[in-house]
Design a protein around this ligand. Sequence first.
Ligand code: PMM
Length: 266
Amino acid sequence: MLGILNVTPDSFSDGGRYEDRDAAVAHGVAMHEAGADLVDVGGESTRPGAQRVAAEEETRRVLPVVTALAAAGVALSIDTTRARVAAAAIAAGASVVNDVSGGLADPDMARMVADAGVPWILMHWRGPSSRMQQLADYDDVVRDVCSELRARVDAAIAAGVEPGRLVIDPGLGFAKDAGHNWALLAHVDALLALGLPVLLGASRKTFLATLPVDPARTSRPPDEREHATAAISAIAAAAGVWGVRVHDVAPTVDAVRVAGAIRAAG
Ligand code: PMM
């Protein structure tokens, strides 16, 4: 499980909370102690409509936090689409690259990952956050996402990345409306059939603001989407995904344990 640490002023759920280095480090350590396998440090918001920040600014945000958490013995992934930011984070102690563009945003990323020999999370992505919601056009979202991910995997392998180091992620909320996200969650089996570990990032996302079967259709702010997030973690773990990426680690730790207990008893 990945615990989310956004060192940004503007991420949709936790933006601004961990801009201060000490607060970010303390939160990373707390997620590690709560059971996160990796703390996923990001310095650039990818919320719908977000504008890009310069690579220097992104590096300035993440590096001190990566350095301090690595020194504290916390296993880290770096959430970036830029090879130079990823390389700097790896040099400072990160051990996994989480690339929401699946290698599309930076032509240097595949080579850098291949040379570093680290795991690479390839997320399904169709374009920058500033215009991604205009790219949510699919014939069949499950089939299209699977085939576009397959192409990213093939490109990564062609660039020299070992297949055993790749993880795929359907990119919930990235160029996807609520119906697309629910369809992808209903067909995790199709993603697993690609033969690679699967990561899901549903935590607190907008499609959980109104649950389709809630008759009251209450609109929940991000902090009130935790129960729905934990439900998805349990169902995803039962379906056999490799990991989930969440803001609040403790409920997901229990959700994954529940799924494990049921599997063990079966
Ligand atoms: N979502 C966000 C950022 N990074 N990485 C992966 N692999 N998968 C995701 O779904 C994903 C991600 C955006 O959410 P945030 O603002 O809560 O970090």
